[in-house]
Design a protein around this ligand. Structure first.
Ligand code: NAG
Ligand code: NAG
Ligand code: NAG
Ligand code: NAG
Ligand code: NAG
Ligand code: NAG
Ligand code: NAG
Ligand code: NAG
Ligand code: NAG
Ligand code: NAG
Length: 644
């Protein structure tokens, strides 16, 4: 629920000037340059707000110093109005619940330096009715055929967008700018139309006071992280932090992800009842700074290890910094490792581990990987600065020279392959052709080379195994190597059209420009509905594989239960144990209209699969074990890139 219309104090509104060229033109009124922050009645008080509730929580915001941290919009959610409109057609507040009235409440909030928000509804009645409070076309309750507006069963199949356009125009006609937070529970992929009408849009159904909501919601956020930006923010819904339903580690995960995915941060707790630990989460200054970072770019999902129960999100911050969140989905404390290359980095001169008391690793920096204990359901949230890009190993940080050999470590090998590219850079040219030997701790993979005279760089193919951790170069002692650069192979692509189908598996063509890069996809993968292909590789071992998949199985009604916005795919090589990857949504179109109803939009996620042998391999894609999952069909499969 909850879609507040918030009246700000920022002056005159300018009408939306839609830039026709962009995918999602946004409202150009200067509001919400960073995600809005505030407090809202709904998550704690449901549709039963009253004046005391709003005033005491507003007071608490100020007394606790939350206002200074940015929490300023105070919104009264559903339940504030009366059933009937006034003779002039306007809605009014329930005077039993708000005896001093809304104007006085607004003045009170403004005197505290806060901003006043109110909730409305796009259906014929407000959420939380009875009493049958009249709606004003804003949230999504009581929308139905009578309003020519889709209900929770998507009937009729009508876009909600025009209703929000009506409200947007009405707000634009006011003599002040108004923050407009659109909530249609994500129906009709609002990332495509809501930025033109308002400042934030709910991406899906409500958050529940339950841990399982977190995974469902971020799986829905995954395909639209790139849409976040100044003036337009995907809304993951209000926070459950402080409501006593999540452990502290879970609250940290919830807050971290909402923060770095640039959701509005709207507290939904009774502040005077919230624990010290929960308040500390809400007041964590680094997370707030990540959320409010002036670059305004969202983190995105980089890797997910479904079998091992963790995943990594990361994104850029202003000043060349990076934020990364490694989430521990298992409910047990354990040491987990962030491989910096998985977030595009090789080295970080400084790292702050936000939830570990802000502990920082300063002097020697972090090379290649960072390991820390992460509590059950907790998150390793890192801010990384002074970074070097993936593949770049500078001598000063990575190398040790002993006599006539230089060893670089720790090395990261994404995949086992004889097709890495090594580029070696010298401080000064060699005067004569110079022989060197490259050794990765495995004699059968050693390489002997000659650096031509008068050159400072040398590029060569090289063999690396995923187990490789160090690379030693034997060389005449006067040779001064400054950097090595390692580039993994680009891999070989195997489109779904080359796979052999069995059981329910079906190849379906898509319209031109969809199901990229193949133009068709395999659906109805299951326990026994499989796609099989023989893939030849030049080295055996463990390989990184990227799956191009499609999933638009939106958890709407199932959001109340176990809906996850996810589907599984399994890959098995040469009859080995299938490796499971649970993929988030990929759809970037409306599920009501338009190209493929979101079922033609490809996304990519990688996974490591072992059991490869040199020569031909039988590779099977399916949803083995899917019968035990929430959804027995796998995600649709477009193609696979094997990094050999
Ligand atoms: C306001 O809500 C609080 C908390 O639910 C309740 O204790 C109080 O009686 C309510 N006041 C009014 C005037 O309804
Ligand atoms: C105002 O709220 C009270 C308490 O929920 C309710 O009993 C009453 O019917 C409401 N008044 C109107 C006019 O809706
Ligand atoms: C609300 O509206 C429904 C249908 O219009 C009606 O049956 C019901 O009596 C109304 N309830 C109240 C409290 O007015
Ligand atoms: C619009 O707002 C400005 C500045 O607050 C004020 O001077 C002006 O009178 C307002 N105009 C109307 C029509 O309310
Ligand atoms: C996680 O573990 C804690 C401590 O063992 C337990 O209290 C809690 O119920 C568990 N949470 C879930 C969701 O299983
Ligand atoms: C290698 O070259 C770098 C950069 O020119 C220099 O700083 C360093 O002292 C040299 N080291 C050796 C052992 O010659
Ligand atoms: C050495 O490399 C070869 C070829 O990649 C591989 O088969 C073998 O297992 C490796 N040996 C060790 C000890 O890593
Ligand atoms: C490195 O030094 C050792 C003796 O210390 C020698 O046996 C070897 O040939 C040297 N290698 C190179 C590449 O210079
Ligand atoms: C080796 O890698 C290069 C560049 O990444 C690529 O162009 C080439 O096709 C690869 N060769 C094989 C055999 O995979
Ligand atoms: C994916 O597989 C796991 C393990 O079998 C299962 O718990 C989960 O529910 C599955 N997810 C879906 C969406 O089916």
């Amino acid at each position: 629920m909850s879609a507040p219309i918030i009246v700000s104090l920022l002056g005159v509104a300018s009408a939306a000037a839609a830039a026709a060229s962009s995918l999602h033109p946004r409202l150009q009124d200067g509001l919400a340059q960073t995600p809005p922050m505030g407090w809202n009645t709904y998550n704690h008080y449901n549709c039963y707000p009253n004046e005391t509730i709003v005033r005491t929580n507003a007071q608490a915001l100020v007394e606790l110093g939350l206002d200074k941290l940015g929490y300023r919009y105070v919104t009264t959610d559903c339940g504030w109005s009366v059933a009937d409109r006034l003779p002039d057609g306007s809605l009014t507040w329930n005077a039993t619940l708000f005896p001093q009235g809304f104007p006085a409440l607004g003045e009170y909030l403004h005197e505290l330096g806060l901003l006043f928000g109110v909730y409305g509804d796009a259906g014929i009645l407000l959420c939380g009715s009875p009493p049958n409070n009249t709606g004003n076309l804003y949230d999504n309750c009581y929308s139905d055929a009578a309003t020519n507006y889709p209900d929770v069963n998507y009937a009729p199949t009508t876009s909600p967008a025009p209703h929000y356009a009506t409200m947007s125009r009405a707000l634009a006609a006011l003599n002040r700018t108004v923050l407009f937070q659109i909530c249609d529970w994500g129906v009709d992929f609002p990332a495509r139309w809501a930025p033109a009408l308002g400042h934030t849009w709910r991406i899906g159904n409500d958050i529940l006071p339950a841990w399982r909501s977190i995974y469902r919601i971020i799986n829905q956020a995954a395909p639209q992280t790139d849409v976040a930006g100044p003036g337009q923010w995907p809304d993951l819904d209000m926070l459950e932090v402080g409501n006593g339903v999540l452990s502290v580690a879970e609250e940290q995960t919830h807050f971290s992800l909402w923060g770095i995915l640039k959701s509005p941060l709207v507290i939904g707790a009774a502040l005077r009842e919230a624990s010290e630990a929960s308040l500390a989460v809400l007041m964590q200054a680094d997370v707030i700074a990540f959320n409010q970072d002036r670059l305004g770019k969202s983190a995105r999902l980089r890797r997910r290890w479904s079998e091992a129960g963790y995943e990594v999100w990361s994104g850029p911050l202003a000043g060349g910094r990076t934020v990364a969140a490694l989430v521990n989905w298992w409910n047990e404390s354990r040491a987990l490792t962030l491989e910096l290359p998985d977030i595009g980095l090789q080295f970080a001169g400084n790292v702050r581990n936000v939830w570990a008391e802000g502990s920082s690793v300063a002097d020697e920096g972090v090379r290649t990987r960072y390991t820390a204990t992460v509590p059950g359901h907790g998150t390793m949230l890192l801010e990384l600065g002074a970074t070097q890009p993936r593949g770049e190993y500078r001598r000063e940080w990575f190398a040790e020279t002993k006599g006539n050999s230089t060893t670089f470590s720790p090395i990261y090998a994404l995949t086992t392959s004889n097709n890495y590219t090594l580029t070696l850079t010298l401080a000064r040219p060699v005067s004569t052709a110079t022989a060197i030997r490259i050794d990765t701790g495995n004699n059968s993979m050693a390489t002997t080379l000659t650096i031509p005279s008068q050159t400072t760089t040398l590029t060569t193919p090289i063999v690396l195994d995923v187990a490789t951790t160090a690379l030693t170069i034997h060389h005449p002692s006067q040779l001064n190597i400054t950097t090595i650069h390692l580039t993994p192979p680009t891999g070989t692509y195997h489109p779904s059209t080359t796979f052999t189908l069995s059981g329910s598996a079906t190849l379906t063509p898509c319209a031109e420009g969809f199901c990229l890069p193949v133009g068709s996809k395999i659906g109805y993968l299951s326990e026994t509905g499989l796609a099989t292909h023989t893939i030849a590789v030049s080295t055996g071992g463990t390989k990184y594989v990227e799956l191009d998949y499609i999933n638009n199985d939106i958890a709407f009604e199932s959001a109340w239960e176990e809906g996850r916005n996810a589907r599984n795919l399994t890959i098995s090589v040469n009859g080995g144990v299938p490796v499971r990857l649970e993929v988030p949504l990929s759809g970037r179109h409306s599920e009501l209209f338009g190209p493929g109803l979101g079922w033609w939009d490809t996304a990519t996620l990688g996974v490591s699969v072992d059991g490869w042998k040199e020569g031909a391999n039988e590779v099977v894609v399916g949803n083995v074990g899917g019968a035990e999952g929430v959804v027995s069909w796998g995600a649709d499969f477009v193609g696979m890139r094997v990094f050999d």
